[in-house]
Design a protein around this ligand. Structure first.
Ligand code: COA
Ligand code: AMP
Length: 620
């Protein structure tokens, strides 16, 4: 089926379209309906296990010896390959370890881990038992981890003694201890995978050595769960400091991902697929772990960075070594590689000839970067767009359905299942080539969220702006050729190196610093990371303390949110530009920092504040 046919059918008869796609999975009880009568649930009445589909099914089909997981860790100088048979054994044993801790179906399990195979085993082990995993990105602070612990009240926390960031060893256990002392929820057991780079101190009876527990465990089998059973909760930035727990239901997600692998990415079982992301993000969940394994692909788990571990050729060498067919990464990674190797010498040496296409997502793909990497690779470079809430790509070029790459600068065409519209502020569709709010008409396809964890109001908020539609929070424009360009967020979310952060949340942290009277945080454009936080604050201490106050602001953000949210610039100012009604003029600050047109509104309280800020930014 070609793209146009597939798209039309998915919109006109979603029930039949997705019921057909459901055949791609093994079911313990096959569903008889695609879309439920409630108009939002998928595959009601069905029962299945996603770990069985990702792992055991391939072993049973005679692919025991085929490669399933490729761990490449330049930061530790190690690598290891697991076949589907080995993966099954590891996952079943890990599941047995979780059973021995008393975990029961539906319990939440926090996974706060670096990019090591045990993290993948743990995710799949949870899926095997119907436990709901919640992976927390290893770069988040103790305070952020504590928020997630309090929200989902896990029975268990799984962690490792440390992560490795380039040359730095980052002990994780003190962060977990810190989070557990901050959290109100009580956690009975913490399992710690001890790495040789650093040994964590364990405090009995709560803390347990993962390796010892694993050895003592008996392998556990897959447990059948209902279609709507939550597979995981993944927290993402909202507009405040409270993260939103996106709940992913099992069957819809499994079907959507299984469908996406051949149809969007054009990969066949047995090929190697690599999403160079982190398991802490939605891309890692969908395309490091579940998607490729559901499709019977070998998947690459990469513990390193695109540059500096050891150099800008690491991506290309891994592609050549493991015959990777499709690479998926963030534009920032390509910008970093380009910065370190502008002439593409590493690429020419490595000869990543098996690569068929490069997919980019997570942030705006600037045409300059897309063209550079396209020229270097001489392969299609495909921008595609999605969000944690949606779970899988919503705009893309579906190369598996025969589409030619969308024009550079666009994020592609609606993926089957996603009925996009561009709406004005009143919810009326705008014409082609006119920018508006990107919205998706209900029903959202399988794989997309149907709730936020214990936050019904937050969930309904996505559907309140435009009747019958999900509001993406992004502005966009549809061209006359049907391709969509994404213009950026309409709220205070920014994308830093493909990581979604809330400036509102950063403001909350900055405002809590003792020397800060008031503040504003905006996204500054950045050649490498796309956007970075830029802070303006009014300090309570004299001019001679400006540098100290700014340093306090930076450490507060690093320690209370994450080093990935560290502000690039911090400006101490005498006053923030405000309207007479007291509203901070953030658009004006953005224009000053990013070199846009500076329009000072009539309603400004004190025009002089603007001149002072312009001079300060210019001098930085
Ligand atoms: N655990 C602990 N700390 C982490 C971390 C983790 N998992 N990930 C990042 N950090 C820390 C870094 O060590 C760094 O700390 P520092 O300021 O003390 O040096 C800080 O957070 C910022 O990290 P990062 O954003 O990775 O910047 P960088 O300068 O170290 O590296 C790039 C720059 C471009 C190489 C890097 O940003 C990158 O690989 N980007 C691509 C991101 C990506 O793939 N996103 C995909 C989302 S789909
Ligand atoms: P996340 O939920 O972390 O995946 O972030 C989702 C947000 O990232 C989207 O709402 C967009 O603002 C941005 N984003 C993701 N992919 C793209 C893309 N291809 N082009 C532009 N922005 C993107």
């Amino acid at each position: 089926m070609r793209y146009e046919d597939a798209y039309q059918r998915s919109i006109q008869d979603p029930d039949a379209f997705w019921l057909d796609a459901a055949q791609m999975l093994d079911w313990d009880k096959a569903p008889t309906e695609g879309l439920g009568t409630d108009g939002s649930s998928w595959f009601p009445g069905g029962e299945l296990n996603l770990c069985h589909n990702a792992v055991d099914r391939h072993v049973e089909a005679g692919r025991r010896a085929d490669t399933a997981l490729i761990y490449e860790s330049p930061v530790t100088g190690t690598n290891r390959t697991y076949s589907f048979g080995e993966l099954q054994a590891e996952v079943a044993q890990t599941a047995g370890m979780l059973v021995a801790q008393g975990a029961q179906i539906g319990d939440r399990v926090i996974i706060y881990m670096p990019m090591i195979p045990q993290a993948v085993f743990a995710m799949l082990a949870c899926a095997r038992l119907g436990l709901v995993h919640s992976v927390v990105f290893g770069g988040f602070s103790a305070a952020e981890l504590a928020k997630r612990i309090d929200d989902c009240e896990p029975a268990l926390v799984l962690t490792a003694s440390c992560g490795i960031e380039g040359q730095k060893v980052i002990p994780y256990k003190p962060l977990v201890d810190g989070a557990l002392s901050l959290a109100s929820a009580k956690v009975e057991s913490v399992l710690v995978w001890q790495r040789e780079q650093c040994t964590a101190e364990l405090t009995a009876p709560r803390d347990k050595d993962w390796q010892t527990q694993l050895e003592a465990a008996a392998r556990a089998s897959c447990v059948s769960v209902a279609s709507a059973h939550p597979l995981y909760i993944l927290y993402t930035s909202g507009t405040t400091g409270v993260p939103k727990g996106v709940v992913r239901e099992t069957a819809g997600y499994g079907v959507a991902l299984a469908w996406s692998m051949p149809n969007i990415y054009g990969v066949e079982p047995g090929e190697t697929y690599w999403a160079a992301s982190d398991i802490g993000w939605v891309v890692g969940h969908s395309y490091i772990v579940y998607g490729p394994l559901l499709n019977g692909n070998a998947t690459v788990l990469f513990e390193g960075k695109p540059v500096g571990t050891p150099d800008a050729g690491i991506f290309w060498r891994i592609i050549a070594k493991h015959q990777v067919s499709i690479l998926f990464t963030a534009p920032t990674a390509i910008r970093a590689i380009r910065g370190a190797d502008p002439a593409g010498e590493y690429l020419a040496q490595a000869k990543p000839d098996t690569l068929r296409a490069l997919f980019l997502a997570g942030e705006r793909a600037d045409p300059d970067t897309v063209e550079w990497v396209g020229d270097q690779l001489d392969r299609p470079v495909i921008d595609h767009w999605w969000q944690t809430e949606l779970g899988w790509p919503a705009l893309a070029t579906c190369i598996g359905l025969g589409s030619d790459p969308a024009p550079t600068g666009s994020a592609g065409y609606p993926v089957p299942g996603f009925a996009f519209e561009v709406l004005d502020e009143k919810g009326e569709p705008v014409a082609a080539d006119v920018t508006g709010n990107l919205a998706i008409a209900k029903p959202l396809p399988p794989g997309s969220f149907r709730s936020l964890w214990q936050n019904e109001a937050g969930f309904l908020g996505y559907f309140s702006a435009f009747e019958g539609h999900y509001a993406t929070g992004d502005a966009g424009v549809m061209g006359a050729d049907g391709a969509y360009r994404v213009m950026g967020r309409t709220d205070d979310i920014i994308n830093v190196a493909g990581h979604r952060l809330s400036t509102g949340q950063i403001e909350e942290v900055v405002a809590s610093c003792p020397s800060v009277v008031e503040c504003a945080v905006i996204g500054g454009t950045d050649d490498l990371k796309g956007e970075v936080p830029v802070v303006f604050f009014v300090g309570s201490r004299g001019k001679e303390h400006e540098a100290v106050m700014a340093a306090e602001v930076v450490s507060a953000v690093r320690e209370q949110i994450s080093p990935i949210a560290a502000p690039r610039d911090v400006f101490c100012v005498a006053a923030l530009p405000k309207t007479r009604s007291g509203k901070i003029l953030r658009n004006l600050l953005r224009a000053i920092v990013n070199g846009g047109e500076i329009v000072v509104p009539q309603t400004i309280e004190d025009p002089q504040t603007v001149d002072v800020i312009i001079a300060k930014v210019a001098a930085s």
